[in-house]
Design a protein around this ligand. Structure first.
Ligand code: TXA
Ligand code: MG
Length: 317
């Protein structure tokens, strides 16, 4: 791919308008969301979206989330439902992605859905993302702004470390507050199905719906092809549920303990989620095997453990 000069933009109006113009011209812009930074392109343009796959080195069978301004905008692309409405009213804007059947006249490039008959839609809460979507005035396909298979980016510096020279611009608006990708819920079947645990705890969704979500079975064929087992991989090897470290390890802690970096010394899962990807990157840079202390598997802990299991999984390359 040709080497570009990546422009660093601020969250000021004039810069957000510049970003929107780059996107309208078919370019790639990384932008902050409350979950992680996204790498955006016009979701209606196959050539624009193709550049996302090229910049990330992403397998082409992996579908992307369409970021839109609000529920009304979503309904231009997907077949809306009562449940979608209930969830959108409670949790949008925010870290929840809904997978719904495509409308006949959806207008979305087939590279976004990777040929599926459904589309993942999400309304981000981050003010810069919202302003960008307003200025751009259309759907933005945006995966997390990292090289494929690598740890997600929660700061502009993370994005640049993988994608500088491969994308047109980045909007730098500080660290992502949630720090974990959105929760993905499949609404195309009879019952809502948790396709990816994420920044909105599944328990919050179940409390609203008043029934349990269907869960993915790791052995089933990949309806969310993004759920590749090895994902979020640091370069170093990763071991989980470590209670006592070996001499060569760097230890990522949780709760009161002695360690190299602590996700949350007070045992707060929200704080741990926000620190997760940055700390994995910092420990990875030290060049030792990474040992990780046990994290409770409740609330945001379920999503943290999902990411950690993927980071620890055997690598295919
Ligand atoms: O928080 C987030 O969701 C971030 C920010 C940037 O919005 N985005 C993100 O995108 O995590 P990405 O591409 O890294 O992960 C998207 C996931 C993938 O696992 C993909 O397989 C799944 O969404 N997905 C996309 N479209 C789908 C569909 N139609 N059906 C099932 N899964 C889908
Ligand atoms: Mg990703």
């Amino acid at each position: 791919m040709t080497s570009l000069r990546t422009r660093i933009l601020s969250a000021q109006n004039s810069d957000l308008n510049t970003a929107a113009a780059i996107l309208q011209a078919g370019g790639l812009v990384a932008f902050p969301t409350e979950t992680v930074y996204g790498l955006g392109a016009d979701a209606r343009s196959g050539t624009a979206v193709a550049q996302i796959y090229a910049a990330k080195g992403r397998p082409s069978f992996n579908p992307l989330i369409a970021h839109i301004r609000d529920a009304t905008a979503a309904q231009q692309h997907v077949i809306w439902s009562e449940t979608a409405n209930q969830l959108a009213e409670a949790f949008w804007p925010g870290p929840l992605t809904l997978v719904l059947p495509l409308r006949e006249d959806h207008g979305i490039a087939s590279l976004v859905t990777a040929g599926l008959q459904t589309l993942a839609v999400r309304v981000p809460r981050h003010p810069s993302a919202q302003q960008l979507l307003s200025a751009f005035d259309g759907p933005l396909a945006a995966p997390s702004a990292n090289l494929s298979g690598r740890v997600s980016a929660t700061t502009a510096a993370h994005v640049l470390s993988g994608l500088e020279g491969r994308i047109d611009a980045i909007i730098d608006d500080g660290p992502s507050s949630v720090g974990l990708e959105s929760t993905i819920l499949g609404l195309e079947g009879d019952r809502p199905k948790l396709l990816r645990p994420g920044g909105l705890p599944a328990e919050d969704i179940e409390r609203l719906l008043r029934y349990p979500l269907l869960r993915r079975d790791e052995s089933e064929t990949l309806s969310a092809p993004g759920q590749l087992i090895s994902h979020y991989a640091p370069n170093a090897s990763v071991r989980l549920n470590v209670r006592s470290r070996q001499a060569s390890d760097v230890l990522l802690g949780f709760g009161k303990m002695s360690c190299d970096l602590n996700l949350s010394a007070s045992g707060d899962l929200t704080e741990a989620a926000a620190n997760l990807f940055d700390y994995l990157r910092q420990l990875d840079a030290m060049g030792h095997p990474i040992a990780i202390a046990p994290i409770p598997d409740i609330g945001l802990g379920a999503a943290i453990n999902d990411r950690l299991r993927r980071a620890a999984a055997p690598r295919d390359s």
